[in-house]
Design a protein. Structure first.
Length: 286
């Protein structure tokens, strides 16, 4: 503890930290402007079934079209938005925009529409007591059926219990399924599954990346699938990049996957008549 205090004291006077704080303030102000001026857009990445690579869902991912820096990835601005509180308003925009888009696909594409819509929810949004009511209002306003939406939440949002876990109950009462994102990277992943009501786990790409190397590397991906099966949850493998990984996941028993192999996030995903994703070595019908 003493060492930590000394560390903080050092940090307080570090010129690097001043630069960082100034940078944070500048990005925070720019994000406010960005929201007011419509500099954000959403891209959508397919989630597919195995082994047929049929699109069962798309995940909405936010991008910032910065006037000077070009496209900025979420990792480079969401933490700032989270700390400044702007994430509440930005998250509201993301949810509304994605739900309106998905409802539009349903209307114009019918059975060829890309299945469910996954939307990421930040820890701070989930902890906001008004969040479930906001979701209900957004579904009503955009006329997207509740069971067409899945909300992706992080393990860290739930470890303290309280408001966030109550929010999950409220969301599921609305008929909106909940997915635990990046599953396995938190501090109490398995304990959490016992305590919180979720419908889907998204097995983090760190467990998928090496599954084809040796049997040893597939052990955790296999165990997480067994746990999710046992609890009646669906498991999605994240970050699948090679055909070998997809084949191994199918052999282990995974039924859902996502990753660059099946489709990059894009503003206008090419939806095929059968919902089968192009470019994965599986015959497609346009
Ligand atoms: P995530 O929700 O786990 O999303 C998956 C991330 O992995 C995305 O990065 C996606 O582009 C990337 N990815 C997809 N397939 C592959 C693959 O095969 N290999 C590799 N290496 N990466 C792949 P992205 O878009 O940069 O988003 C990063 C994170 O930022 C997301 O992780 C999510 O936590 C957060 N995020 C993105 N969009 C939103 C949003 O609209 N709202 C909130 N609250 N968070 C968001
Ligand atoms: Mg996600
Ligand atoms: Mg994820
Ligand atoms: Mg992940």
């Amino acid at each position: 503890y003493a060492a930590k205090q000394a560390g903080e004291r050092h940090r307080r006077y570090s010129p690097d930290l001043d630069v960082q704080a100034a940078e944070e303030a500048r990005t925070g102000a720019e994000l406010r402007t960005a929201l007011d001026e419509g500099q954000f857009h959403l891209v959508y990445q397919p989630v597919v079934s195995l082994p047929d690579h049929r699109m069962v869902a798309v995940e909405a991912l936010v991008r910032w079209d910065h006037p000077v820096r070009g496209t900025v990835a979420p990792a480079d601005f969401l933490p700032v938005a989270e700390r400044s509180g702007l994430i509440i308003e930005l998250g509201d925009w993301i949810l509304r925009t994605a739900c309106a888009q998905a409802a539009g696909w349903l209307r114009t594409l019918g059975a060829a529409a890309p299945g469910r819509l996954h939307v990421n929810v930040s820890d701070r949004q989930l902890a906001d007591p008004g969040f479930p009511a906001l979701v209900a209002a957004t579904l009503a306003e955009t006329r997207l059926p509740a069971d067409h939406l899945t909300l992706e939440v992080s393990e860290t949002a739930l470890i303290h219990g309280g408001e966030a876990v109550r929010a999950l109950d409220d969301l599921r009462a609305l008929g909106v399924p909940v997915a635990l994102d990046d599953f396995g990277t938190g501090h109490s992943s398995l304990g959490l599954l016992q305590a919180v009501p979720v419908d889907v786990i998204k097995v983090d790409k760190s467990f998928i990346a090496s599954i084809t190397r040796t049997g040893r590397h597939a052990v955790i991906a296999t165990a997480l699938l067994q746990v999710s099966d046992g609890l009646g949850l669906a498991a999605v493998a994240e970050g699948v990049e090679t055909a070998e990984q997809a084949a191994e996941l199918h052999r282990i028993g995974y039924r859902f996957a996502q990753g660059h192999l099946f489709g990059e996030p894009s503003a206008e995903p090419r939806f095929h008549g059968t919902g089968v994703v192009a470019g994965t070595g599986v015959a497609t019908v346009s």
